[in-house]
Every structure is written in structure tokens, then in C-alpha cells.
Write a protein that binds this ligand. Structure first.
Ligand code: C2O
Ligand code: CU
Ligand code: CU
Length: 487
């Protein structure tokens, strides 16, 4: 079954002119200016208990509900333990966690732990469906450094709709003995989940996340599900953990007064040292942790400044920060944050991934029965992502990587930390140094894909297995319908 290609490459510029660059999905233009009337919601921290075997247990229920995304106009939404988004899970390196996930959506879904190093059977990709009414309880030991990870559904072909309706949450990883940083959750360590929606006049979620070149580029930006938000702060320095949880939109984030701030972490953990900037760009699925400074009594707006890409057009207000008249002192930002080096040895294996149109990689659409790549445990490889078309990005499960270069030039200093998702601009090549973990399983794959969910769902995704070194050539490339696999 071949899907029709919606737009040829040549048709894209014409479409941009016809509809205006801000919205390719047919809705109204994004509302650029906000009045900041609503206090920013902070997702609650997920409660946990300790099971008899000493494993820390979290419970997440996927459910339907109604949420006032726009005041007075309830919207049918999905959420974890509530009607929209999910609680923030927080665990420490060295702990074993058990996630008890119950599906009460009335339709099949999965839950993927984005940014997590774990065995493939726990990863929650499209091979691990949770039937309606069923419970899935993966468990793993956290072996990776501190990071801002997240979780979201990953059912093949329906990820875009499930995320768009509201299924997403943060998964914060702490590391004992890490640097001293603002860390009072929701106080001076504040999550910001950025998502754009196409909200109709009656408040309903409009737009088809599987239509057009990019699916949803919405008219309304929500932060933690809050429309028109402000954040009150009470200390001089505030850490913002920003997740681009949008289906397709990219954000070029800066303060309206262009004040400088520090980036302290990328997707997969801390930078070795803070990097001072006045802007960070995040494509879907990417995270950045920043530390910004405020003066007593001031107010400043965080905005997204339309960039040059086709998925970040238009200037958009995101959030107003309102500083208290008296601000508590904050500890100074450390000069050094980590000592992490993702490098590849000389002669490292190079794999090439060519992004085609909006639905395939290396000329092939995603096939759940096909293993595209076999990787040796602990490998360090160069993955080269070649994009001859419009904006895409690239996410790899299980790994951490470092961006080596974009069209031969090094990335900006703030984006040289550990990552798991990277923007791949139109007509460019991005090279990554990729660090694979030690969990092996020839029968359960991990995914790599474009995190523009319209593309991911359309087949711009591939599968790799991690196997014991030396066994790469004997691994079957076709997955049988063995127990637990649903194809
Ligand atoms: Cu956040 Cu495979 O995805
Ligand atoms: Cu992922
Ligand atoms: Cu894409």
C-alpha cells in the first residue's frame, strides 16, 4: 500500500506563499501577541511507592477527558492521570523504576520513554502496544546522567494524533553529586512544555495532524497546557527546562529585550560548561535547560522569533515572566557542569540516512518487520543524515549523540552537548557522533525517525537492534511474529 505524496518538492514554495508561512494546515494565523492573563500551570510531580522488591513504582493511566485550553471552552483531550498532559516523573541515576501504565483510552496506544537508555523491550515503541483496558509495566535501572527526558505515545500511524490530543509528560533524571543548580520544582526549576494547537472557535482541537507537508502548525501556543500564560518568579536565577512537545513547529526562543542567558543542558544532559546566548532553537522533541536572571519587579516576555525554516515562521509570544518586588538570592552558576565527551574512534563505522519526501528514509518507508540496521553494543559510530528536501529532524532511541557538524560547520556552542534529537535543515547534511548502550536484544528493535510527527507516522522511521559485538552478521533482518510482537 503506497501512500500518495501530498506535495512534491516544487510545490512547497508555492504553498508557503498561498497560505502564509505561519500555517500550512489551513487554520487561522497564529496569535502573535498575548496578554498573559493566566498563571502558568505546573504539571504535578508523579507520586511513587516502593514495591516489595525495592523497585520504585509510578502509575500512569492514559485517559480521556475535557480540558479548558481556552477559558470557558472545554476541549476533548487525552492525558495521563488527568485530562491533559501528564505528571512529571522524577528519578535518580542508579534507581530501578517500574512504570505501571494503564490504557483507558478505549483504543490501543503505547508509551515511549524519549531520551531514556533502557532495554528495547521497555522502550515503548510501536512493537509494545497496550490494548484498551490493559496494563503494561516495564522496568529498568537508570544508568544515564542527569537529563530532562519525556514520555509520549508511539503507536505507529497514530503518534501524531495521540500527542496532539495531549499525551505527553516530563521524565526528569537527577544525579546525586551533580553541580549546584536551581532545583526547586515549579519554583526556580520550571518546566515549559511548548505545544501549538489549532483551536476552533468552540475550543475544539481542529486540524489533521496527518495532512499537509508538516501536519499541525497551530494558531495557539500553549505552555504546559496553559493559554496566555505568565510565570511569577521569586528568585534571581531561574532554570527553565524547555521541551518542544509540538507536532511540527520549531521555536527560536529569546527574551523580548534580547537579554542574554545560559544554556546548561541539551536533550540528553548537561553541557560541560554553561554557554551564554540570546537565543536557543528547538525542533520537535528537543529539550534545552536554560538559566536566566531577573531583576526585582521586572516583567519580560519569552518569545519565539520566526526563523528561516519552513516550520518556525512568525513571531509568537510564549510566556511572560513576572519577577517579585523582592527576589531571593540564588547560588552562582557553576563554571563547570559535567565532564562528558561523546567521541568516535578513528575509522568508526559511518552510516548514512537519506531523508526522502515526508515518508521514507533511504528510499524505504518504515516496515515493522524489517530490521534496517544492526549495531554492536557499546559502539561509537558516525550517523550522517542527508536531507535534500524541506525541514526535518532526526531522533534516535536509546542513544546519546553529539552533533559533529551541519554542512561541514560545527553547531553553535550551546548545541554541542549530549542530544538525542537534532534539527536537519532543508538541503543540508548533519553528522552525529553516536554512543550506543550495552543492552542487547536481536529481536526487539529501537527506532530512529523524524520527530515531525506527521512524517514519523507516514513512515519516515527505521529500526535498529543492538547485539553483542561479533554477532551482527547472524542477526535475522526480518522480525517474525514472535510472542509479544504485533505487526
Ligand atoms: Cu519522542 Cu521515537 O520518539
Ligand atoms: Cu525516543
Ligand atoms: Cu520530517
Amino acid at each position: 500500500m503506497r501512500r500518495r505524496t501530498f506535495f512534491t518538492l516544487a510545490a512547497v514554495p508555492a504553498l508557503l506563499t498561498a497560505c502564509g508561512p505561519g500555517d500550512l494546515s489551513g487554520g487561522p494565523e497564529p496569535q502573535a501577541k498575548l496578554s498573559f492573563r493566566n498563571r502558568l500551570r505546573i504539571p504535578p510531580l508523579a507520586p511513587s511507592t516502593v514495591d516489595k522488591d525495592g523497585v520504585r513504582r509510578f502509575e500512569l493511566t492514559m485517559q480521556r477527558g475535557r480540558t479548558e485550553l481556552l477559558p470557558g471552552k472545554p476541549t476533548d483531550t487525552y492525558g495521563f492521570n488527568g485530562s491533559y498532559l501528564g505528571p512529571t516523573v522524577r528519578a535518580r541515576r542508579g534507581e530501578t523504576v517500574r512504570m505501571v501504565v494503564r490504557n483507558e483510552l478505549g483504543e490501543q496506544s503505547t508509551v515511549h520513554w524519549h531520551g531514556m537508555r533502557l532495554p528495547a523491550r521497555m522502550d515503548g515503541g510501536p512493537h509494545l502496544p497496550i490494548a484498551p483496558g490493559a496494563t503494561w509495566s516495564p522496568q529498568w535501572t537508570i544508568t544515564q546522567p542527569a537529563a530532562t527526558s519525556w514520555y509520549h505515545p508511539h503507536p505507529h500511524g497514530a503518534t501524531a494524533m495521540h500527542v496532539y490530543r495531549g499525551l505527553a509528560g516530563l521524565f526528569l533524571l537527577d544525579e546525586p553529586g551533580g553541580p549546584t543548580l536551581p532545583s526547586a520544582y515549579g519554583v526556580d526549576d520550571v518546566p515549559l512544555i511548548l505545544q501549538d494547537k489549532n483551536l476552533a472557535a468552540d475550543g475544539s482541537l481542529a486540524g489533521d495532524p496527518l495532512k499537509g507537508t508538516f501536519g499541525i502548525l497551530g494558531n495557539t501556543v500553549l505552555v504546559n497546557g496553559t493559554y496566555d500564560p505568565y510565570l511569577a518568579v521569586e528568585s534571581r536565577r531561574v532554570r527553565l527546562r524547555i521541551l518542544n512537545g509540538s507536532n511540527a513547529r520549531m521555536y527560536d526562543i529569546r527574551f523580548a529585550d534580547r537579554r542574554r542567558f545560559h544554556v546548561i543542558a541539551n536533550d540528553a544532559g548537561l553541557l560541560n560548561a554553561p554557554v551564554e546566548v540570546d537565543q536557543v532553537s528547538l525542533s520537535p522533541g528537543e529539550r534545552a535547560e536554560i538559566v536566566a536572571e531577573f531583576a526585582p519587579g521586572e516583567q519580560v516576555v519569552l518569545r519565539s522569533i520566526g526563523g528561516s525554516a519552513d516550520i518556525d515562521a512568525g513571531d509568537l509570544d510564549l510566556l511572560k515572566i513576572v519577577a517579585a518586588k523582592q527576589l531571593k538570592a540564588s547560588p552562582p552558576l557553576p563554571d563547570r557542569l559535567a565532564d562528558r565527551h561523546i567521541d568516535v574512534p578513528a575509522g568508526a563505522k559511518v552510516r548514512r540516512f537519506k531523508l526522502n519526501g515526508h515518508d521514507s528514509i533511504n528510499g524505504q518507508e518504515m516496515d515493522m518487520t524489517r530490521i534496517d540496521e544492526v549495531v554492536a553494543a557499546g559502539a561509537r559510530e558516525i550517523w550522517e543524515i542527508v536531507n535534500n528536501v524541506y525541514s526535518h529532524n532526526f531522533h534516535i532511541h536509546e542513544v546519546a549523540f553529539r552533533v559533529l557538524d551541519v554542512d561541514g560547520a560545527p553547531p553553535p556552542a550551546y548545541a554541542t552537548g549530549p542530544k538525542d534529537t537534532v534539527f536537519v535543515p532543508g538541503k543540508s547534511t548533519v553528522r552525529l557522533a553516536v554512543e550506543f548502550g550495552q543492552d542487547t536484544d536481536p529481536n526487539w528493535p529501537y527506532m530512529y525517525h523524524c520527530h515531525i510527527l506527521r512524517h514519523e507516522d507516514s513512515g519516515m522511521m527505521g529500526q535498529f537492534v543492538v547485539v553483542p559485538p561479533g554477532t551482527e552478521s547472524v542477526v535475522p533482518r526480518v522480525l517474525g511474529a514472535h510472542a509479544g510482537h504485533s505487526m
